[in-house]
Write a new protein. Structure first.
Length: 456
């Protein structure tokens, strides 16, 4: 099992992630994507969009604004029910999530229990503060996760808005726009990728629990009686997605929420859990949201959000299946899953599939101060970058360059040597096997295209 420290250090050292505002000492649990992280994340987003939006029938891509009318969050239940249980250690005054304190120390699931029940478990088991060892905590109180801000110069309740706690609501409040503009028949879906914000109390574990993160979500509207069939369809799609990410089956599992644990909007939720170094934890959620959101928005807004069956003319609220994917939890999983320590060759490499790797190919001149080699390698680089994310490198010796590309997951590297100047061939090296073969320069684009496509 790959260690979280190892991955965090690789990610910082190689430019996948940096702590936010590093020069000011950072901001807890906020991270910036570095040049390699942003490429990896973009590849994930593109693959997700292609698989779940473009290749699915009746799917509408969307990008709702982050700020919305505050009534949205009243109707959705977030202003009253989007809470975590909070306790404060009376010795060091650190704030902790009561359910996480219990789960970490007693290894039992208690999400959804009410504050009195949590307090009882904490006291009866003499749980200790993980920071100072103290065993006195304030009583558990509920803490709302929505971030608040204000529009305009007056900071009062009338001008208060929220940073969205999930992307989902942007799609529910646009349900009518989609109906009116595209007249789709059930089932159909709206999908989007975007930022969400949560004032999490126990953030941490690198990019696992952030206060600002990206969600990739779909609201899939179905005839109420058929929800089970579509729920199953989405389970199967998620399983296919995990295969595309090349995650070992033994490293992830489904876990159904208990009744107490269910979110305020859900009748059935199954999490996809990944085996992170800190245990099996939620990677994705698949929720059956019934007609909770459309019905509440209809009431709150006074707009009729019912769908009319084109045959029977019957009007009803469709039910919703919601697959929800966290981008950063996906990135963290991929870094952990594909990290390989190759002791025999004293190197590490990221075994990322070529369609996810930040760069598909790296090009090097064999030695850095031979102008003819540099010139030809630049020419090849310029050709390749029209087709693939490509990098060019002449820092350090060739061995170091290979190691560097291995560590960031570049599946192919090309070296231009003296023979290249004579016969227009280069060596191409495959990351995992380290096998090298000689190819004509004119063959490179087709060769790489076949390789990248072949591994999908
Ligand atoms: P958790 O139980 O871990 O707090 P959640 O059940 O609140 O997660 P959902 O509301 O189902 O999460 O959000 C959907 C997805 O968004 C999650 O499956 C996860 O991938 C991602 N996500 C949620 N909260 C965070 C966070 N604080 N940081 C990073 N990703 C998150």
């Amino acid at each position: 099992m790959t260690n979280l420290k190892t991955i965090t250090s690789l990610a910082k050292r190689r430019g996948f992630f940096f702590p936010s505002s590093t020069i000011y000492g950072g901001l807890a649990n906020v991270w910036d994507y570095g040049p390699l992280g942003v490429e990896l994340a973009r590849n994930i987003k593109n693959l997700w969009w292609k698989f779940f939006i473009h290749q699915e029938d009746n799917m509408f891509g969307f990008d709702a604004a982050i700020l919305m009318n505050p009534q949205v969050w009243v109707a959705s239940g977030h202003t009253t029910s989007f809470n975590d249980p909070l306790v404060e250690c009376q010795s060091c005054h650190k704030r902790l999530r009561a359910d996480h304190l219990i789960e970490d120390q007693l290894k039992i699931k208690v999400e959804g229990l009410d504050p009195q029940e949590l307090d009882k478990i904490i006291q009866e088991n003499h749980l200790k503060c993980p920071f100072c060892g103290g065993d006195k905590f304030t009583p558990t109180r509920k803490f709302n996760l929505l971030f608040k801000t204000y529009i305009g110069p007056v900071e009062d309740n009338k001008h208060q808005v929220y940073l969205r706690g999930e992307t989902a609501q942007g799609m529910f409040v646009n349900f009518l726009n989609i109906l009116n503009t595209f007249s789709p028949s059930l089932p159909f879906g709206i999908g989007q990728i975007g930022k969400a914000f949560r004032n999490e109390i126990t953030p941490g574990n690198f990019i696992f629990r952030l206060i600002e993160f990206n969600q990739m979500e779909i609201e899939y509207f179905v005839p109420p009686k058929e929800w089970k069939k579509y729920y199953q369809m989405w389970e199967e799609k998620i399983e296919k997605w995990m295969k595309m990410l090349k995650v070992k089956k033994s490293h992830w599992r489904w876990r159904q929420h208990s009744k107490e644990e269910l979110s305020h909007y859900s009748k059935l939720t199954k999490d996809t859990e990944y085996l992170y170094p800190f245990g099996f934890k939620e990677l994705y959620g698949l929720a059956y949201r019934t007609d909770f959101d459309l019905r509440n928005h209809s009431q709150q807004s006074g707009q009729d959000l019912r769908y009319t069956d084109p045959q029977t003319r019957e009007k009803f609220f469709p039910h919703v299946i919601e697959p929800s994917f966290g981008l950063e939890r996906t990135v963290l999983m991929l870094l952990l899953e594909h990290y390989v320590e190759d002791k025999e060759n004293s190197r590490v490499y990221l075994d990322l599939p070529p369609y996810l790797a930040p760069y598909t190919v790296g090009v090097f001149p064999l030695v850095k101060n031979k102008p003819k080699l540099v010139q030809l390698s630049k020419k090849i680089y310029n050709q390749l970058k029209e087709n693939f994310p490509t990098t060019w490198d002449n820092n350090g010796n060739i061995g170091k360059r290979y190691r560097r590309q291995d560590e960031i997951g570049t599946p192919y590297t090309i070296t231009v040597d003296y023979q290249s100047l004579e016969d227009h061939t280069v060596t191409i090296r495959e990351r995992n096997s380290m096998k090298q073969e000689r190819l004509e320069i004119v063959q490179l684009v087709n060769y790489l295209k076949t390789k990248v496509e072949g591994q999908k």
